[in-house]
Design a protein around this ligand. Structure first.
Ligand code: 5GP
Ligand code: ZN
Length: 114
């Protein structure tokens, strides 16, 4: 997808350091971290947002959660706890329209979220 920031990042065009990479997803540090651990897990295929998920995307989403679990353990937040967030649309606070999952941890989260 032309002019999509996360397509450019996952394709390697931006020379981003990946903390995890495979044929389905790449994960990297958020440029504006909201917690001591703030990683973004991003599929390599361009899906605009959660509204554009299709039936066949189930395996991909399950895989993303497996990657999140692995990254949580690697970053020593598995026991202390963490949050996985996918913002959708304007009211959800989405700013990059290529679906992605935030992995946040290393501090106590608030509820309800802002
Ligand atoms: P959203 O607001 O769509 O849920 O999440 C987008 C996230 O991407 C934000 O947390 C923002 O800080 C992050 N972000 C925006 N541009 C860049 C970038 O160029 N590099 C990285 N690593 N993160 C970015
Ligand atoms: Zn994209």
């Amino acid at each position: 997808m032309e002019n999509c920031l996360f397509c450019k990042i996952v394709s390697g065009e931006m020379n981003t350091d990946f903390v995890y990479s495979d044929d389905k997803v790449a994960a990297f540090e958020d440029i504006n971290p909201q917690a001591p651990v703030h990683l973004l897990i991003v599929p390599r295929t361009h899906i605009e947002d959660l509204n554009h998920l299709e039936e066949g995307d189930g395996d991909l989403i399950a895989h993303i959660y497996q990657v999140a679990k692995k990254l949580a353990a690697e970053n020593d937040i598995a026991e202390s706890g963490y949050r996985i967030v996918s913002n959708c649309g304007d009211d959800g606070g989405q700013t990059v329209y290529h679906i992605h999952f935030h992995l946040l941890g290393g501090r106590a989260m608030q509820w309800p979220p802002g």
